[in-house]
Design a binder for this molecule. Structure first.
Ligand code: F6R
Length: 586
């Protein structure tokens, strides 16, 4: 889990690397570093943020890294880039080298001296071991020994070229005129070029300012397409908002619209299935859990939902199903591992991701892209509502294709889905009210979120968003479960967020509200029905929608609630502690 970059061209490598690393800081910020060929190879690396780096050298070829620690504590010594003993080779790595201990022991026996506790450092020493005046040859030999996941970028002080390789960690090449860029993610170099080459697993590339040669691991040359990216560099910037998270919350109407347009314009994915298993992590898991209710409601077939990390423990029962993997980044290791397993067993599969060409696309039969645009804030917001859009679309279309709903019902549901962009805009009109509620919450240490049916996953998502950015202890529960234990924790003034849509859960939700009120909880309800005000301490009115679609408006109101609470508490909203945007370790 890290961000890596490389540059070769005519500009100041120092400037390009620092700019690019800044765009990747969401991938980890335990340490940062750069290596630049400036007559000789020079390195600056430090624990903490990129701004801590003091670089008093420059050149036009270099590599950089921003780290999320896995092997070795976050400190200067374990920061990338790593060099070999001669100090001429430098590498940056994202991923995990599973066999690094055995490689390290052998290299130490052969006389190599190591300076860090990381798995990555073995790569620099392996290249050194094979180096006989040709970086490309040594690089191929070195990577043939590696087991695990890696995106690697390497340079040698005596050669004007960059070598890179990808397996199970993301890597893209930016194509400029007389300059080339390498990065874990496209926004890193989008202010320089929008032409990209997306590397696939098992590919190596040799890059100079005027050429990119791509090979497979055996050295056979591969022809690659150059793709044009339509996001502007500004799309990936804050665009006037105080935080990326707020900007991304406000981008949701556009993101939902774009996703829907792209879904409508693509050909039907003809898939036959009688059962669905959805696999995802974190917020994407909550989208999957919401999708379960919608799919079961419209298709009347069973849908199971697994955490990516738990799917491997599902016994191989006599079963067949469509496996749906939801991952905004397309790189979450737990979800990828599950997708690999499903592929091995031979289940038909569908991936839902926000990143074109991301790793998940290699493991599934079909891909549906969400068009949220780059999401920089660590907390997922617009990718969540675009995942919901995709799942609802998939459910409505599959129901229509199976003759389970009439054409009129189909049109009605599709129109309601289209209206979600507008419904979300209406939630923004409640922002002042939401800020008032956040003032009450910001003073508390513990809180609950409760919902039933479709809104139970939204209660989980609301609680996740609150805890990850405000650090308040928040738990989501099915409202009916409170009385089976958690209600014992209700204390005087403790906030309970109750999701009260106007559907079959309405009466029962009000009973649960009364239960917690009787124990002196401070109840904040989200409901389109103003009568609810009589029963609660604080009401946030959400727009009236078909109740099947209430998760959209509730989720967005809860995103704003978390955002404003975290802001009042002065938290690092876009980069919460201990978290990284893309979790590429299991
Ligand atoms: C929470 C959040 C995480 C991610 C999870 C899965 O706001 O962002 O819980 O949802 O790490 O990430 P993806 O969707 O990239 O697989």
């Amino acid at each position: 889990m890290c961000g890596i970059v490389g540059y070769i061209g005519f500009r100041s490598a120092r400037e390009v690397l620092l700019n690019s690393l800044k765009k990747l800081e969401y991938r980890g910020y335990d340490s940062a570093g750069v290596a630049i060929i400036s007559e000789e190879l020079k390195i600056e690396k430090k624990k903490g943020y990129i701004d801590n780096l003091k670089i008093d050298f420059d050149g036009s070829v270099g590599i950089g890294h921003t780290r999320w620690a896995t092997h070795g504590i976050p400190d200067d010594r374990n920061a990338h880039p790593f060099t070999d003993c001669s100090g001429k080779i430098a590498i940056v790595h994202n991923g995990i080298i599973e066999n690094y201990m055995e490689l390290k022991e052998k290299l130490i026996e052969e006389g190599h001296q190591f300076k860090s506790d990381t798995d990555s450092e073995v790569i620099a020493h392996l290249i050194e071991k094979y180096y006989q005046g040709n970086l490309k040859d040594a690089f191929f030999k070195a990577i043939s020994h590696l087991r695990g996941s890696f995106a690697i970028v390497a340079i040698h002080a005596d050669e004007r070229k960059i070598m890179a390789a990808k397996k199970d960690s993301p890597l893209v090449v930016g194509i400029g005129d007389h300059e080339k860029f390498l990065a874990s993610d496209i926004p890193a170099f989008l202010s320089y070029t929008n032409r990209v080459m997306i590397l696939k697993d098992g590919e190596v590339c040799e890059v100079t300012e005027d050429m990119v040669n791509v090979y497979d691991f055996s050295g056979k040359k591969i022809e690659k397409k150059i793709e044009k990216i339509n996001w502007s560099a500004e799309d990936a910037e804050k665009g006037g908002y105080e935080h990326f998270m707020l900007k991304e919350i406000y981008e949701q109407p556009r993101a939902i619209d774009d996703t829907l347009h792209s879904l409508i314009s693509r050909n039907e994915i003809g898939m036959d299935f009688e059962k669905i298993v959805i696999v995802a992590c974190g917020t994407s898991y909550h989208a999957g859990l919401t999708g379960k209710y919608v799919l079961e409601n419209l298709l009347h077939i069973p849908v199971e939902v697994y955490y990516g990390s738990e799917y491997r423990y599902r016994a191989e029962v006599n079963d067949s199903y469509l496996a749906i993997f939801i991952t905004q980044s397309g790189e979450t290791a737990d979800t990828l591992a599950a997708a690999k397993r499903a592929k091995e067993i031979g289940f038909p599969s569908l991936g839902i991701t926000n990143v074109v060409g991301s790793s998940i696309t290699n493991y599934v039969d079909h891909v549906l892209y969400t068009y949220a645009g780059p999401e920089i804030g660590v907390a997922a917001t617009k990718t969540f509502t675009t995942q919901l859009t995709t799942l609802y679309y998939f459910a409505i279309n599959s129901a229509m294709n199976r003759g389970l709903i009439s054409k009129t019902k189909y049109r009605e549901l599709m129109n309601t889905l289209r209206e979600m962009a507008h419904a979300v805009e209406e939630v923004f009109e409640e922002e002042e009210k939401i800020i008032e509620a956040s003032k009450i919450i910001a003073e508390k240490e513990h809180m609950f979120y409760i919902g039933r049916g479709l809104n139970y996953p939204i209660a989980l998502e609301g609680a996740l968003k609150m805890k990850e950015i405000s650090y308040i202890h928040a738990e989501g529960y099915p409202a009916g479960e409170l009385k089976h234990g958690p209600i014992a924790l209700i204390s005087n003034g403790m906030p309970v967020i109750a999701l009260v849509p106007e559907d079959s859960t309405y009466e029962k939700m009000l009973s649960n509200v009364k239960e917690v009120s009787a124990r002196n909880a401070y109840v904040i309800a989200l409901s389109p029905n103003e009568d609810v005000e009589k029963y609660v301490d604080f009401l946030i009115r959400v727009p009236k929608t078909d109740p099947l679609f209430s998760p959209f408006v509730n989720a967005v109101a809860l995103q704003l609630l978390s955002y404003h609470t975290a802001k009042l508490l002065g938290r690092e909203i876009d980069k919460p502690k201990n978290l990284a945007k893309s979790v590429t370790v299991e």
